[in-house]
Design a binder for this molecule. Structure first.
Ligand SMILES: Cc1cc2nc3c(=O)[nH]c(=O)nc-3n(C[C@H](O)[C@H](O)[C@H](O)COP(=O)(O)OP(=O)(O)OC[C@H]3O[C@@H](n4cnc5c(N)ncnc54)[C@H](O)[C@@H]3O)c2cc1C
Length: 451
């Protein structure tokens, strides 16, 4: 491999191997037999062929932000896509073709130069590949659906080493499966997305109230999101205020009920759009203002830094019941971890409008996601206690959910049954496509579809 097609190869003896195998979730340490960094599709195909011959599992590293650390497989061949960072925007056709090693920031920055965007997540260091291949959601989801609803084409290297250019009319089965279960089917080298006029100026930021008022604020959230226009994305979080400069000193370290807001409609209507939030009264923090879309897509970057230890549980919801909101408050009141949060993402809108079998991603009935998240530094003495709290949180929110959760939020502790449940009625078709394109399951370092 070292002499093949300009790919860099690192094995455990090499300087650089340790850095190349560090992941966003510092809790997960995996040791692949080698990390290969190709520079083009031919290099990817050579790496896949080598892995197949040697009987090695292939894992692919996009942004390395998967909570379960699936970018690396112990003893496997890890393909690092960091050399694939080109973004080409065609403003006339409103499309962008994006290298699979890009971070979200690379794409938002390039498309915003033309006042365009495609729905991506809101932490700009996340990899565009992992996010897209699991579905993709963000502040534009209510307007334009899952990220994969905006995927027009992809170039992918499959297990047989073929480089395929696929779309709705070219290898439609493979493209269908890629739209939600993509990590199972090959190595994507580039994505082509549909773009929409967005920003560059939008309205949003953080607004927060004392946790003591959470019951009233969460009831307000339920009413506001039920009536919200699609241009308004409001995500709620029960959290302990960090010692950040934007938090008034007297509130740092205290529990808050906060909302992250983004309004991408006509700027002249922004005040009216967020008025119901302000009408909840007396926030301890109100940073809602005119801002740049790229700013909204990155201002929370430092809240979940690389290398900390993380544990997440989540559920898709059809509605917000009063009992769920009460359970969230009870859980958070008893939270032992200073850097944990319980949150709600508002989905719905365009995501709900397509048929359940429009792409493998499914879950077209999801209107919210509820998540329980723990974060602590390496070496934390109370790790066991914190993890128990996250696990208990997962158990307690589950009865209110749809019995499924976003594939990209599933951690290493989630079962295979959960993967099957999440793909639901789309699972049998996925198995059939997996058998056709990856019968030996060399792409198994993911939320795996068993062929
Ligand atoms: C802080 C944070 C914020 C997040 N916010 C959002 C959000 O707003 N919206 C959202 O939808 N999700 C969000 N996520 C979840 C995110 O989508 C997943 O963690 C996703 O897996 C990250 O992709 P990655 O490329 O960074 O990860 P990686 O760990 O590199 O890869 C994830 C999976 O995709 C596979 N993969 C990667 N690249 C390729 C490729 N080129 N071809 C084939 N398979 C590949 C890998 O094998 C692995 O199984 C967030 C995650 C974090 C940690």
């Amino acid at each position: 491999m070292r002499d093949t097609l300009m790919s860099t190869v690192l094995t455990p003896e090499d300087a650089g191997y340790e850095a190349a195998t560090r992941l966003w979730n510092g809790r997960i340490r995996r040791r692949p037999a080698m990390v290969v960094t190709p520079v083009d599709a031919a290099g990817v195909a050579a790496a896949v062929a080598f892995a197949r011959e040697q009987g090695l599992a292939v894992s692919v590293r996009g942004g390395g932000h998967n909570i379960g650390g699936t970018a690396l497989a112990d003893g496997g061949l890890a393909i690092d896509m960091s050399a694939f960072r080109d973004v080409t925007v065609d403003p006339g056709a409103r499309t962008a073709t994006v290298g699979a090693g890009c971070r979200l920031a690379d794409v938002d920055r390039a498309t915003q130069e033309h006042g365009l965007a495609t729905p991506l997540g809101f932490v700009s260091r996340v990899g565009v590949a992992g996010l897209t291949l699991g579905g993709g959601l963000g502040v534009l989801t209510r307007r334009f659906g899952w990220t994969v609803d905006n995927l027009l084409a992809a170039e992918v290297v499959t297990a047989d080493g073929a480089v395929r250019r696929i779309g709705r009319d070219a290898e439609p089965d493979l493209f269908w499966a890629l739209r939600g279960a993509g990590a199972n089917l090959g190595v994507v080298t580039s994505f082509t997305y549909r773009l929409h006029p967005v920003g560059p100026e939008v309205y949003g930021g953080l607004i927060a109230w004392p946790f003591e008022r959470a019951a009233e604020i969460m009831d307000g959230y339920r009413a506001i999101t039920a009536a919200a226009p699609r241009e308004l994305a409001v995500w709620l979080s029960l959290l302990t205020a960090p010692p950040a400069p934007f938090v008034p000193p007297e509130w740092q370290g205290r529990k808050l009920c906060a909302m992250a807001v983004c309004y991408t409609g006509d700027p002249r209507t922004a005040d009216d759009a967020v008025a119901p939030l302000r009408a909840l009264g007396k926030p301890v923090l109100d940073q809602l203002s005119r801002t740049q879309y790229t700013g909204i897509q990155s201002y929370l970057d430092d809240t979940e830094p690389e290398g900390m230890h993380y544990d997440w549980r989540s559920e898709f919801l059809a509605e917000l019941s009063g009992d769920l909101l009460g359970t969230m408050r009870e859980l958070f009141a008893d939270c032992p971890a200073p850097m944990a949060d319980i949150g709600l993402l508002h989905l719905g809108g365009a995501l709900n409008e397509r048929p359940a079998d429009d792409g493998a991603v499914g879950n077209r009935d999801a209107r919210y996601v509820v998540g329980v998240k723990g974060m602590w530094p390496p070496g934390e003495t109370q790790e066991t206690r914190f993890r128990e709290w996250v696990a208990e949180g997962g158990d307690r929110i589950r009865p209110y959910g749809l019995g499924r959760t976003y594939i990209n939020f599933q951690g290493p502790d989630e079962s295979d049954a959960r993967v099957r449940a999440t793909y639901g009625a789309n699972y049998p078709r996925l198995v059939e496509i997996k058998r056709r394109y990856d019968p030996a399951n060399i792409f198994r370092s993911n939320r795996n579809i068993r062929p």
